[in-house]
Design a protein around this ligand. Structure first.
Ligand code: AMP
Length: 286
């Protein structure tokens, strides 16, 4: 069922609680693809009831980002959710989430701000305030739905680390489950933003996964020096690629390291046709 109001969701959850059902939450911004569906399928396996939120969260977009043009396909999303057996699609308006007429800034609203160490790197370096917006909305969704488990993708690896940290630091009673990245056969990680790419752009975008796989292969062959591993990326890049970052970090803490090991993640952000794409890979599958 499609619900737009916080109170309606709360009522339904209350009934489920009384009946002893467990609830899983899959937070999304909609424009659902197979990546989102993999989270939904996992939630269906692990929980009695599944809530998918579809909310393009204004406070996680910077002023020059794509909030207005972000794809909104609620009708198709609802259909896909129905097919997957989702119990509630929660699609509130910004006014429902943040109050009518509120200025969406932290001088009028309570924000949940993750620690600087986790934010001042990777996507957080250029997307100022992004993770404050993410943590605030995810915290609100946790309070509205009170899920037993919440499902996030490794695709947004920094986000997943930050959310786990928030849950731990604030003692939020939810289990965070991370699901693997779903890719096209070509290797391109699925993303709602891939819709902005031309066919040629999609081909150029394959460089992200190629760089990551190549680094993983080099590591498997015995190269562990982080600078040497990073160097291997440059032959892949052309004038069509505007590299924002390529980082090799600890996968749990996002700390820098000189030598890669089995607990290492490689993360990349690169613009292709001015579309900002991110991807990552663990050097060792666990
Ligand atoms: P979004 O709608 O982009 O905010 O993403 C909602 C959730 O889906 C996040 O937890 C993402 O990490 C996850 N997700 C997005 N793309 C993928 C993908 N290709 N594979 C797995 N999970 C994904």
């Amino acid at each position: 069922m499609l619900l737009n109001k916080i109170e309606e969701v709360r009522e339904q959850i209350k009934t489920w609680r009384k009946e002893g059902f467990t609830t899983g939450l899959v937070p999304t911004m909609g424009a659902l693809h197979a990546g989102h569906l993999s989270l939904i399928k996992r939630a269906k396996q692990e929980c009695d009831k599944v809530v998918v939120s579809v909310f393009v969260n204004p406070i996680q977009f910077g002023p020059s980002e794509d909030f207005d043009k972000y794809p909104r396909t609620l009708e198709a999303d609802t259909k896909l959710c129905e097919q997957e057996g989702v119990d509630i699609v929660f699609a509130p308006t910004p006014a429902e989430m943040y109050g009518e007429g509120n200025r969406l800034t932290n001088d009028t609203l309570t924000y949940v701000c993750p620690p600087f160490f986790y934010v001042n790197k990777l996507c957080g370096k250029t997307r100022i305030g992004h993770f404050d917006g993410v943590c605030t909305v995810v915290n609100k969704l946790f309070n509205i739905v009170q899920p037993d488990k919440a499902f996030f993708g490794q695709k947004d690896a920094q986000q997943a680390v930050i959310i786990r940290k928030m849950v731990k630091d604030l003692n939020i009673p939810v289990e965070v489950i991370q699901c693997p990245i779903i890719r096209e056969e070509s290797g391109l990680a699925l993303s709602s933003r891939n819709k902005y790419l031309s066919e040629e752009g999609k081909k150029d975008a394959l460089v992200l996964s190629r760089i990551l796989n190549n680094i993983k292969n080099c590591y498997k062959k015995g190269i562990t020096d982080v600078s040497a591993l990073k160097e291997t990326a440059y032959p892949f890049l052309t004038e069509k690629h505007d590299l924002e970052y390529l980082e090799i970090l600890d996968r749990e803490t996002l700390e820098e390291k000189e030598k890669a090991d089995n607990n290492t993640i490689v993360l990349i952000a690169c613009r292709v046709e001015n579309v900002r794409l991110i991807d990552n890979v663990y050097l060792e599958d666990k």
